[in-house]
Design a protein around this ligand. Structure first.
Ligand SMILES: C[S@@+](CC[C@H](N)C(=O)[O-])C[C@H]1O[C@@H](n2cnc3c(N)ncnc32)[C@H](O)[C@@H]1O
Length: 211
């Protein structure tokens, strides 16, 4: 199998301009993700470091850096790492690594993993390892139609995360909406039972597992 064939090869082929191709409104989507990473569960402070596992082209990094956070990215696909390095330059440290084994040289304030939790060969072990080097929280997205939320929460608790906060994420990935509609979608995230009803059909949770 060549480096660009098979399942992994899909990312090599898509690395250039990944974020703009993948998100109908990359700015609205990634800015909202970054805002929740910085605030959900426990707040991050300017200067705190975020380690983004399976970082893709580092599109999220732009928005975390804009918040005064430090950003380090890791991805298994060298072409993605190249794209992230070109995007972020000296503002971030980005390297090739496998989220199943990667441990940062020093602990970070928060670890994130987006649209990639399914690459963890052993999810419970992944949670346990990240808990050892994530001083404040682990943040990731979770599709409640794909995973039993109660199982995931139990694994996080077992890994040592004391407080798990689930927040619906309603900015669409594949549709660009006018600004006022995006604002309404974000408000709808706070509607409790109604939001949970919507999640039965569409969208994901953003999960903050706090230490
Ligand atoms: C669907 S993309 C998500 C990229 C980015 N996190 C985002 O939300 O746009 C999945 C990413 O996971 C990376 N990936 C796949 N398996 C991985 C692994 N075992 N360790 C680290 N990265 C991996 C791929 O190269 C790809 O960049």
């Amino acid at each position: 199998m060549t480096e660009t064939s098979g399942k992994e090869g899909q990312y090599a082929r898509k690395a250039v301009d990944w974020s703009n191709a993948e998100y109908a409104d990359a700015h609205a989507y990634l800015a909202h993700r970054a805002q929740l990473i910085a605030t959900l569960g426990v707040a991050l402070d300017p200067g705190d470091e975020v380690l983004d596992l399976a970082c893709g082209d580092g599109g999220l990094g732009e928005h975390l850096l804009a918040r005064g956070l430090r950003y380090a990215g890791v991805d298994a696909e060298p072409a993605m790492v190249g794209a992230a390095r070109r995007r972020l330059g000296s503002r971030a440290v980005v390297g090739v690594g496998d989220l199943n084994t990667f441990v940062p040289p020093t602990p970070v304030a928060a670890t994130t993993v987006f649209r990639a939790i399914y690459y963890a060969h052993d999810r419970a072990a992944f949670f346990a390892r990240t808990a050892r080097f994530s001083e404040r929280k682990l943040v990731f997205d979770l599709n409640p139609r794909q995973y039993r939320v109660a199982d995931v929460v139990a694994e996080l608790e077992e890994a040592g995360y004391g407080r798990i906060v689930l927040h619906p994420f309603f900015v669409p990935q594949t549709q660009r909406l006018p600004g006022p509609v995006v604002a309404l979608a974000k408000l709808a995230e706070h509607t409790g039972p109604l939001a949970r009803l919507v999640l039965r059909a569409r969208f994901t949770y953003l999960v903050a597992a706090c230490r």
